[in-house]
Design a protein around this ligand. Structure first.
Ligand code: ZN
Length: 257
């Protein structure tokens, strides 16, 4: 016996088919959205930040020489290797421009310094890292000058932010001297030619006897590496998302001289 409220038999197959198609479309749509969201989420979650640590000088280029004869290139490398260890342990991928006492030039290069700097910038820009920290030591004719100083490209907002964070962290290692401010620069080769946010961290003055002794010690090198590591993590956790940054933000300059 048929219920009079029941739709006519002829309506049912069509309605069922229609409902089935709608249901399939709905399931397909939800699955597709879920797949896209999962893909995006895993991409975000799975991608470790990448940092390039540039150990200044190397090979034929010793950099500055300290008052007690220690070479800048050796101090730079020790700090860079320690910094890599800390960043690795914190889940940050690290690319070193060098991990031994070698410059990035070939014996055939007539201008080895320029070849070296070009190779470093090429390596950086090819890697597309989240940031670059170039480690150096300073020197000045007046012996009393000391303290760390971090430089950034003059129009780079993210470079400035990174430099200010690292400057603050490094300054805590020398509470006995006035803290310096991060400083803008428009002429350093690496700052001019590296596309990502980049800073040059001059960790101290090799022309100052007290600081030269500190910079040559493993303990202070380790403290510097730890301070830079903490600063890099702070920057990565607080930086402006890529899609919210200004289109240029002062970076993306030409990659050749
Ligand atoms: Zn240097």
């Amino acid at each position: 016996m048929e219920c009079k409220d029941r739709p006519p038999r002829s309506f049912l197959p069509g309605a069922q088919t229609c409902m089935a198609v709608l249901l399939l479309l709905l399931v397909y749509s939800i699955s597709r959205q879920a797949a896209v969201l999962t893909s995006a989420a895993s991409a975000r979650a799975g991608r470790r930040p990448l940092v390039v640590i540039d150990s200044g000088h190397g090979g034929k280029d010793p950099g500055k020489v300290s008052v007690d004869g220690t070479l800048e290139k050796d101090i730079n490398l020790q700090i860079a290797l320690r910094l890599k260890t800390y960043l690795d342990a914190s889940g940050v991928s690290v690319l070193l421009t060098r991990d031994e006492d070698e410059g990035l030039y070939s014996q055939q290069d007539s201008n080895k310094k320029m070849a070296d700097m070009r190779a470093r910038c090429q390596l950086i820009n090819d890697a597309h890292p989240d940031l670059v920290v170039s480690i150096h030591q300073n020197s000045y004719p007046r012996e009393s000058v000391c303290g760390s100083q971090v430089f950034y490209y003059q129009t780079s907002k993210e470079g400035k932010k990174l430099a200010e964070i690292l400057q603050k962290r490094l300054s805590t290692l020398r509470p006995d001297i006035p803290a310096r401010q991060a400083k803008s620069n428009s002429s350093y080769y690496l700052l001019l030619h590296a596309d990502p946010p980049a800073v040059i961290a001059e960790c101290g003055f090799l022309s100052n006897w007290t600081e030269a002794a500190l910079l040559a010690s493993e303990e202070y090198q380790d403290q510097l590496a730890w301070a830079l590591h903490m600063g890099i993590l702070e920057y990565l956790n607080t930086r402006t998302p890529l899609n919210a940054r200004a289109a240029t933000a002062g970076q993306g300059r030409c990659s050749t001289l």
